[in-house]
Design a protein around this ligand. Structure first.
Ligand code: IPE
Ligand code: IPE
Ligand code: MG
Length: 237
């Protein structure tokens, strides 16, 4: 208890952590397993990391789960991923709710299969009054698409008048979320792959060669500790 409290104090300036959970397929390949086994293992890591982020007093956690480009994968893998999401959202619903976690979704949700849309809606409704960690799953998410969608909505609302930055921000998929302080990408790739394009302009970036299924709370803790040493200037002095 005391340890958690102390940690919350130390981690006080991390509000929003965002993660590109990459490397499931390579993890499986290394073990001679089908790619889907990597995705399954990845889910168990999500559970632990959600818990750790909550323990650290982080307020917002965004997890990149499926990009607008991931539709290019074989149909069977895409279908498996959606089924896996549905299954685990259902399985974890009560537990997340019990822990006061508010679950949200960013992306073009209306293009997802209906069974998943239904589960997403149920999860949003179940947890909507919770005041703890905001857990945001980015599904069918593309940063460029998000900006275009926001600009179009702002344009509709605003008639012919010019649109400014505040208006675009207001119409992002999940409003009222501070920009991520930290973006982590696992698997050794060093790119953003269309993640949080608007929001990440001043985020501190961390790239680790660990594959997502091997990532654990100690890795997270190390990154958060290192973050304490970074000087954020936002263009100032
Ligand atoms: C991340 O792992 C999960 C998703 C993108 C859905 P990958 O499936 O991209 O794993 P690698 O990059 O092929 O190893
Ligand atoms: C980014 O990973 C998307 C998610 C983790 C959901 P990818 O594996 O799709 O990214 P690229 O193709 O290597 O850039
Ligand atoms: Mg990948």
């Amino acid at each position: 208890m005391a340890r958690i409290f102390l940690h919350k104090l130390i981690m006080r300036n991390i509000k929003h952590l965002a993660i590109i959970m990459d490397g499931n397929g390579r993890w499986a390949k290394k073990k001679g397993l089908p790619r889907i086994e990597g995705h399954k293992r990845g889910v168990s890591v999500i559970k632990k990391i959600v818990q750790s982020a909550d323990d650290m007093g982080i307020k917002y956690l965004t997890l990149y789960s499926f990009s607008t480009e991931n539709w290019k994968r074989p149909k069977s893998e895409v279908k498996f991923l959606f089924k896996l999401m549905e299954e685990n959202l259902k399985k974890e619903a009560e537990n997340l709710h019990k822990n006061n976690i508010h679950v949200l979704f960013a992306g073009r949700i209306d293009e997802l299969p209906l069974f998943l849309q239904k589960t997403i809606l149920e999860m949003k409704n179940l947890t909507r009054k919770n005041t703890g960690l905001r857990l945001i799953f980015a599904i069918n998410y593309g940063g460029r698409q998000e900006i275009v969608d926001a600009v179009n909505k702002a344009f509709e609302m605003n008639g012919n008048k010019k649109i400014d930055k505040d208006m675009v921000r207001k119409f992002l998929y999940v409003p009222d979320v501070p920009d991520p302080d930290i973006v982590i990408r696992t698997s050794g790739e060093q790119r953003m792959s269309n993640f949080l394009t608007w929001q990440s302009v001043y985020s501190e970036l961390y790239f680790t060669s660990k594959l997502w299924p091997d990532f654990d709370r100690n890795d997270l803790k190390r990154i958060c500790d290192d973050y304490q040493k970074r000087k954020r200037r936002f263009g100032g002095l």
